[in-house]
Design a protein around this ligand. Sequence first.
Ligand code: SF4
Length: 207
Amino acid sequence: MRRKDSTEELLAKLRDDLLAARGLSTERLAVQIQEMGFQCQRCGECCTGEDNSVVVFPFEIRRILETMGMDWSDVVEPPQEGEWDSDGVFHTLEWRLKKEDGSCKFYAKRKCKIYGTRPLLCSTYPFYLDNGALRCSECRGLGRKIQPRKAWEIAALLKKRCIIEICEAIALLEKYVDFERGRPGKSGQCVVHDSEGEHRIVTELRS
Ligand code: SF4
């Protein structure tokens, strides 16, 4: 199948997913969350360690920049997974919150320094939706009593996150310009593809 055809097919699937996501019942999700139970134990385990990798979208990055008065490169970094083009430029998808000493750089003294503007991924942890089904990651806060209002808040955020993730994926695909594959270069040039198009940056050398 030609790439243009497969992109169109993927876009059509994403548009169907978006319709389904918009139809999700917040009330039903809230009931499921209440049955599972959850109360954050402030252990910080989701903010630290090797597994901590927070995907963050451009509009979320801009909100953090405004609140914190920081530069783009102080807040996010590109993921390590990607491919090189024929000029040796590294290409990758989406941004991750920057890490320091293996932990999210915004986690300090057992607190999130950007709590009010933390990404949706953080405010809905440990829950996520898989084809509309509620799932959860490992977390010591699970199984604990949760107030109905709190369960409803998380459910509403989960639905919002699901819709935004699909919209971001659609925008990324619509703006994505493919490239000829090549070998690793030494320039440190990197292109991050996201819902805004291409961001060209210089990063640490990869090989
Ligand atoms: S942004 Fe805040 S909640 Fe999210 S991983 Fe970093 S410290 Fe944790």
